[in-house]
Ligand binder design. Structure first.
Ligand code: ATP
Ligand code: MG
Length: 440
């Protein structure tokens, strides 16, 4: 059974059908088009969500698309081969078919938002966290930052988009298809920046993974090919957090309904920030938590073990020292970091394409069997990895995730083989989380 109709996409097709029946437009001309659009009472055509996927679908059927004027620039992304008509009103489309006022093809537009992003140069000190952010960006690894209030965790996360590479055309289309379905493409302009979604911690499970009456894509899908940033991580509901486990593993989000299933892409990089305990100061030198160790363990226990296991890089972000604040050394700007990230991504893309594993794949998202093959460490590295796995009781997933991060570190170094130092750094990023798990 097909899913129930929703929205007002069929207004325009019904109206054009009637117009064809009374001879106001030639019926055979309409045969060449897929039609969607909402009709206002005065005959103007109002925009609808989903014009881009509709245009791609129409192209697959060998047809063109008639869609609302505002949705035209978005639909035009489906390619030059698709004939797109984007009239403002019923009269305009009737005139077009009569040849009295020919509609021109809408233009595909890209919005470049590269300038105006907050810059990494604003961050004082925090060398470890800056490095972790760079590594996370280079391999699209999941990242957790833990630290006291005001140490710059939210600031760091908001600067991640400025060091990520821009979207490839293919990725841009994928991102826009989801945004289009959610009706979030303002003015039909697509942007080549990676999505950065930062839902509030009161977000429900449906808001997170999608759902509702219209089975809208959720935040995880809107963050596809980009970043999902969860600030105040433990404050999210356990249901919302655990609903992320499946998309984080498979890269897609499946929403099952009584009579149909919808699946949206959700290949994301998860970035989370949290305080170590409710009062926020646990572990800070010279500070004693009023509620004792319970304060920390209760707070951290809100993050389930399986979710934490999926986070490759965990980093402590301590309070900025007074000397860093008052007389800071000059921090590196985003552009310099972005160049290194881009080089590391290029190495990954080249490698995975050579191995026919798929385009634009990153170390975080390539298949597990493949990572064993491409991140096989040298002898000294192997010994280190074996000892660490034993000592810290890594899960199989943790073991593979350490390998993934080590591969990214080697890529940042431009090294063919993963060495002992790469592994040591990758294992060190795993440690704060292992401590969290023990505390929970
Ligand atoms: N490393 C830093 N360099 C420069 N300014 C900083 C730094 N860390 C914090 N600040 C200043 O403190 C403000 C708060 O930082 P931010 O919101 O990132 O803290 P946070 O770690 O997310 O804290 P919370 O745990 O309370 O959310 C920033 O707007 C900035 O003015
Ligand atoms: Mg914050």
């Amino acid at each position: 059974m097909p899913p129930p109709k929703e929205g007002s996409h069929y207004d325009l097709p019904i109206a054009l059908g009637l117009m064809a029946a009374i001879g106001a437009v030639p019926g055979d001309a309409l045969d060449e088009f897929v039609v969607l659009g909402e009709l206002s009472l005065d005959g103007t055509i109002a925009p609808v969500a989903g014009a881009l996927p509709a245009a791609i679908g129409a192209n697959a059927l060998g047809k063109g698309l008639i869609c609302p004027h505002e949705s035209g620039p978005e639909a035009a992304w489906a390619g030059e081969a698709v004939d797109i008509l984007a009239p403002r009103s019923l009269i305009a489309i009737a005139n077009h078919f009569r040849g009295t006022q020919v509609l021109s093809r809408p233009e595909a537009r890209v919005q470049s938002l590269a300038s105006g992003l907050p810059d990494m140069a604003d961050i004082k000190g925090q060398e470890t966290a800056r490095r972790a952010l760079e590594v996370a960006a280079a391999g699209s690894h999941n990242l957790l930052m833990v630290g006291p209030p005001g140490s710059g965790k939210s600031m760091l996360a908001q600067r991640l988009p400025s060091i990520l590479p821009t979207l490839s055309t293919r990725e841009l289309l994928e991102v826009s298809m989801v945004a289009s379905l959610a009706g979030e493409l303002a003015g039909g302009k697509l942007s080549d920046r990676r999505p950065f979604r930062a839902p509030h911690h009161s977000a429900s499970m449906a808001a997170m993974i999608g759902g509702g009456m219209r089975v809208r894509p959720g935040e995880v899908s809107l963050a596809h090919n980009g970043v999902l940033f969860l600030d105040e991580f433990p404050e999210f509901t356990p249901q919302a957090l655990d609903s992320l486990r499946q998309p984080l593993e498979t890269g897609e989000c499946v929403i099952a309904r009584a009579n149909h299933r919808v699946s949206y892409p959700a290949r994301i990089q998860l970035v989370a920030a949290m305080n170590p305990c409710r009062c926020g100061m646990a572990g800070e030198p010279g500070h004693r938590c009023a509620r004792g160790p319970r304060c920390q363990s209760d707070y951290q226990a809100r993050i389930s073990g399986p979710l934490l296991d999926r986070i490759d890089i965990r980093v402590d972000v301590p309070a900025v020292s007074a000397s860093d604040l008052i007389r800071p050394a000059k921090s590196e700007p985003s552009a310099a970091i972005a160049a290194r990230v881009a080089a590391a991504r290029a190495m990954q893309a080249e490698r995975y394409e050579r191995l026919a594993a798929g385009p634009a794949l990153t170390n975080a998202h390539c298949a597990t069997a493949l990572i064993e093959e491409v991140a096989g460490p040298d002898r000294a590295g192997l010994v280190l990895l074996r000892d660490a796995s034993k000592k810290f009781g890594f899960s199989a997933r943790a073991y593979h995730r350490v390998l993934r991060v080590a591969r990214t570190l080697a890529d940042l170094d431009g090294a063919e083989k993963v060495g002992r130092l790469h592994l040591a750094e990758a294992i060190s990023y795993r440690m704060p989380g292992e401590r969290l798990l023990q505390a929970a």
